[in-house]
Design a protein around this ligand. Sequence first.
Ligand SMILES: *Cc1c(COP(=O)(O)O)cnc(C)c1O
Length: 392
Amino acid sequence: MQNYLTPNFSFAPMIPERAQGSRVWDSEGREYIDLAGGIAVNALGHSHPALIEALTEQAQKLWHVSNIYTTTPAQALAKKLTEATFADKVFFCNSGAEANEAALKLARKYAHDHFDDSKSEIIACINGFHGRTLFTVSVGGQPKYSRDFAPLPPAITHVPYNNTAALEAAVGPQTCAVIIEPVQGESGVLPAEQAFLEAARRACDAHHALLIFDEVQTGMGRTGKLFAYQHYGVVPDILTSAKALGSGFPIGAMLTTDKAAASFGPGTHGSTFGGNPLACAVAGRAFDLINRPNTLQHAEEQGSKLQQALTTLGRETGVFQEVRGMGMLIGCVLSAQYAGRAGELVQLALQQGLMILMAGADVVRLAPSLLLSDEDMQEGLARLNKALQNWQ
Ligand SMILES: *Cc1c(COP(=O)(O)O)cnc(C)c1O
């Protein structure tokens, strides 16, 4: 097939056409088990009837009105998000990068409002990922994604993830924000250590900096709690969400306190589509389905079953040296013999009818539906086993 899209993606050699739950069918009618979840987006699987209902109901009512107006679905979703978290206020946008862009701009403005213009440094982590806008790609700690787009925004410092001493040394009076993923997703599914997040909180408090948790990947039930920070009991000043927030419909959100939100006065920031009623209606319904003890417990239980099965498979085949993660966000670290070849395994799995992801060249990532059934899990594992058996 002729590709009319810019060549920044290397597309798989099949075209997904329809899907249901954790199964996807391509344009030739071949079936796949989806353990990739649209990169941690399809938290409720595909074509969930309640989401279809929320979308079609809203489609009959109101699609878009501009952000001169607020809407019932936007207020309802913001109410749910604030009642379930530390936050008092929500800014809606359309993606994870936009949520982080808003968070970083708010942190700079908050510091300038309350202190002075020199308080503008952002501390971020090596190998972190925060999106693809120029600001977020610069704050992200993977130079391969940013260096070709120089000159980059200044006053950004990177410290090694989980290195408490480096973080403490970097934060000072010049710091306006520290941004951390509670589990580094894109770069290998690496959970934060408790002490690291606690140190970040302490350092931010000591220097009047805002602590931002990027939960674009870890949020909305992915780790077995609504947000990953709730595992740690370390509370940020700003939290960003996207990916599973709309469970397949594009939406992003930045959650924050009343105190910080006050710096986003009228006219300071905006988004044409942010808070779109269709997106908010779907996300509102998704929220109700995800933020239930049943769903979160299922995610936690299925996640640990999957981790155990992958650990066994890794041991038997010698392909994985470690399986790590939280809940339904799982990284299988390739053993030395297979290092750098995660992309190959993703392709081999696809040939066996299994959708999985990479997270850097050394880690194979799974981010399936939180509702994954035992049957789909077993079938997915069987197909992965076949792919591993064929791997030279
Ligand atoms: C995916 C991701 C982003 C970027 O989200 P987009 O919707 O692609 O802009 C930001 N941060 C984290 C942690 C992510 O996993």
